[in-house]
Design a binder for this molecule. Sequence first.
Ligand SMILES: NC(=O)c1ccc[n+]([C@@H]2O[C@H](COP(=O)([O-])OP(=O)(O)OC[C@H]3O[C@@H](n4cnc5c(N)ncnc54)[C@H](OP(=O)(O)O)[C@@H]3O)[C@@H](O)[C@H]2O)c1
Length: 298
Amino acid sequence: MIDYSPDLMGRTAVITGATSGIGLAAAILFSLHGARIIGIGRDPQRAEDARRIIKESPDARIDFFLADLSSQNQIHHLVEEIGQFFQENNINCLDILVNNAGTYSQHKILTEDGIEKTYATNHLAPFLLTQKLLPWLEKSPSGRVITVSSDSHYGMTIDPDDIANPRWYIGILAYAKSKLANILFTSEFNRRYGHTNVHAYALDPGLVKTNIAFKDQPAFSRLVWKIRRSAGDPPEKPARTILFLASEPSIQTSPENYWCNSKPKRCSQQAARSDLARMLWESSVQLCEGNSAVREIE
Ligand SMILES: NC(=O)c1ccc[n+]([C@@H]2O[C@H](COP(=O)([O-])OP(=O)(O)OC[C@H]3O[C@@H](n4cnc5c(N)ncnc54)[C@H](OP(=O)(O)O)[C@@H]3O)[C@@H](O)[C@H]2O)c1
């Protein structure tokens, strides 16, 4: 991994949550390797700040689009904007989609779609965005969908009928379940689209020193994260795994769904359940229904 230095010249990557932490580190690294970056942020000032940082890399090509990914309407609008941008700039395909944006909330908040916000942002947004961008990914010779999960998924299970608006809400459990959903989504994606040239990967970034649990959180949550993250790695470390998953030719059809430090990692038994993955997919389709977003091929 140390000397891993792929050439991403001519490839286009969409990276969500590219305004900070792991997403920003990945955007910088991808830029250094020649990729054209479409960064997704939710705040205009943070997007502009990140764009300037990424632009410092020699020959960086970076554009930002804004969307609150907890809103399905904003995801639809975002995809329209990206499609228009691709057409105007003669970009023929999307090579890499990094579903990185993520959130933690100590308290239960419902989105405008009536869905618990952690689940909407961490699972349904990757699900919907991937479906909507699939036509562009399929035009790539080796399309890749990379979703940032977490080892917090161990010990979790999901009730697909309860997860979108859970009766009992505990922030850390909601977060961990959404990360379990990331792996189930990845494995079901590969089962459904295994015959195409698009492949999906979920990764555990490890414990990373970012501001994720500082944002809009009460003092106690911030204090807990301040202590916990002090043992974390810099975001550049998982960014190298994302780069590997985005570019390594030998893993294009890998049967492995879950990765850490550029190597396959054993996920939990729940995350490996194909019946649960299928149920979660079907429930996610229903939660996105009415937006005519999901293009079933089976
Ligand atoms: N840090 C860790 O130890 C760790 C461990 C395991 C997994 N992860 C995962 O790693 C990913 C990146 O997190 P991070 O640690 O790098 O934290 P971070 O620095 O807070 O980055 C999260 C990114 O997601 C964006 N985001 C959050 N909610 C959004 C929304 N509703 N719409 C659009 N963008 C939104 C944030 O935008 P703003 O800049 O506007 O806030 C930010 O760019 C997450 O999926 C997280 O679950 C992190």
